[in-house]
Design a protein around this ligand. Sequence first.
Ligand code: SAM
Length: 276
Amino acid sequence: MKGLWFSELQTSTLKISCMTKSVLCSEQSQYQNVAVLDTLPYGRMLVLDDVIQTTVKDEFIYHEMISLVALNTHPFPRNVLIIGGGDGGTLREVTRHPAVEKATLVEIDEKVIEASRKYLPQIGSAFDDPKAEIVVADGIKHVQEHENEYDVIIIDSTDPVGPAVGLFSEDFYRQVHRALKDDGILVAQTESPFFNEELVSSVYKSLKKIFAISKVYLATVPSYPGGLWCFTMGSKKYDPEQVDLEKIPPLNTRYYNPQIHKAAFVLPNFIAELLK
Ligand code: SAM
């Protein structure tokens, strides 16, 4: 950080900067530097190892889209696992879905949960929800220890560095397939189609080998590099594009709605090309 400007170095030639009022916390955990900044354009912002994770201003887009597309594709998403997601935003969306009975959050770094509880209460509002179970552990290990258990598994990870590297591997997706029930669904955040083309393509191709149905969908998250963001779904049975939109339960959302559910799967040609 220099003066009042915070900059995320996206590549050696691209920085994303925003004006910052104050640093609410900055602490080195066993895994990463965990910071919460109060910024002018986005309000409070969670930053891990100098990389923007989520902001109060636009978090609803990412958290609704990583959760609700899968939850409304599965007809009975009772038991849901979230890997990563220590800020709690995905947990908030999952616990407030009427069909969900249990949501297990497996986050490797308890300092992220602590920082979110304390400084991002709007995002980390569901840690004490009766449907929620919080496990501080490596998501890779957790998945290896469970079989035929979950209806939906959401991989809400950091970028593929450090402990998150394994969350983008084909071997891990096979373990996730095993941990899902016979009609289960996996969804993962899969980065930017502009700056991570290789990753978008390889995750999709891995899931295509493992799951009956594999699809990429999009949302626009202003605080992420390039804005346009990919999510990749692997489904054993249900096609997210065949959902009866009239059956989607009424949800108090700010971005997601039945039309967005459908439209999110329409891909620009350059992204469709990446998936060939
Ligand atoms: N929405 C964010 C984004 O895409 O920028 C990511 C949200 S969340 C903060 C990501 C979390 O994944 C981090 O808190 C990190 O500690 C956690 N994480 C990374 N690797 C993990 C692993 N192997 N098991 C469990 N959690 C992990």
